[in-house]
Design a protein around this ligand. Sequence first.
Ligand SMILES: Cc1ncc(COP(=O)(O)O)c(C=O)c1O
Length: 450
Amino acid sequence: MTGHPENLATRDQRHLWHPYTQMMLAPPPLPIVRGQGVYLYTEDGRKILDGISSWWVNIHGHSHPRLNEALARQAGELEHVLFAGCTHRPAVELAEALVAVLPTGLTRIFYSDNGSTAVEVALKMAYQYWQNLAQSQRRTFITLHHAYHGDTVGAMSVSEESAFSTPFKRLLFGTARADSPYCYRCPVGLKRESCRIDCLSDVERALREEGETVAAVVVEPMLQGAGGMIVWPPEFLRGICELCDRYGTLMIADEVLTGFGRTGRMFACEHAGVSPDIICLSKALTAGYLPFGATATTERIYEAFLSDNRSKTFFHGHSYTANPLACAVALESLKIFRDENVLERVKTLEQQLSRRLDRLRALPHVGDVRVIGGVGVIELVRDNASAATGGYLDRIGPLLAAEFLRRGLLLRPLGNVLYFMPPYVISAEETDWAIDQLAEVLEDWNWFDD
Ligand SMILES: Cc1ncc(COP(=O)(O)O)c(C=O)c1O
């Protein structure tokens, strides 16, 4: 198509280095030349359903006419300008639109450029907040087991140690860790039907033990993503918020994955009716178009940075802070939410996922099925009695991914945790087709046989 004698994968392998990829073992990358709706098209003529929303970012479908138009219009007006000492219409209008939909009280927006930076900003904001209030002993973060908050140093520090962070262990700062409500593998050995969210007591233990040193509790509300697609009971989230209030510390909600409808509500915090002190946004913020991040907070926190003493300034920023192209697309995406009843569509998808995936529970290697909003999760186990697995590095992950790709479905299992998270515009027929592929693959073959 380009007239080049070599294909993209061959040229790619000469100069490129891909994320999370063992370059010696990985198959050649998929050469994508076009995206439309829920489909990706390859250089060699394949049509592939994007079953993971291109890493959880896409929501309205690829190459959406309204987003394309918003991007082109903005590029013709102002592509970028520094954001210290300058402002612009897309940044202002997006801030107004975000404040209108965010949980109550989150009225100050600080832009950055991806999910990890949205988290770094939150951590630094919380940390300096206490210093500005002359409580610099508050410098410990309480984080949860199975957490994943990104790959920069601060974000790795507040994440659970994993294959992603082990090589950098000695670079990271320490945190106090507490249980998360992983009901299938309950940390306190109970059953959800009869428990009273007893795992919350571990968070309280950490708060008690760390006392006056706690800067904030950091959580991925309702759905812990890369740590295993763990769906929470809303009571746990409510409990965290109450504990933060009771112990006088801050709550940081990392909604990089869960924000913008992924869990069926605009923000996952809404499931428990809570407003965190700081919220981190990225991924679907630009509907999958551009790298962008936002950290929103309250006036109380913002005001702690106002001073005639310049050392109390929040000295953080990025060259592309508040990029006008990203702001314009994010704003248009919020208009699509408003005009096209997007959340209703996610609800319908959730019902279909629950109905269809629940039937797979009967399969021998299906340990657990979890559904929230537009996310369907199947946790595979070697043996149902012991629930044993190889975790993130389990070789069934790449084996399954290859088989789904052969069938025209792009999935990237997290080791033994298989999940389907399509753009919300997926039709009922397309969802049925994708779930048929899941069912056939899981029924047909014993993936755990060596
Ligand atoms: C909850 C959460 N926070 C932060 C991040 C990091 O985002 P990014 O990959 O844009 O740095 C991710 C990425 O998957 C995430 O799921």
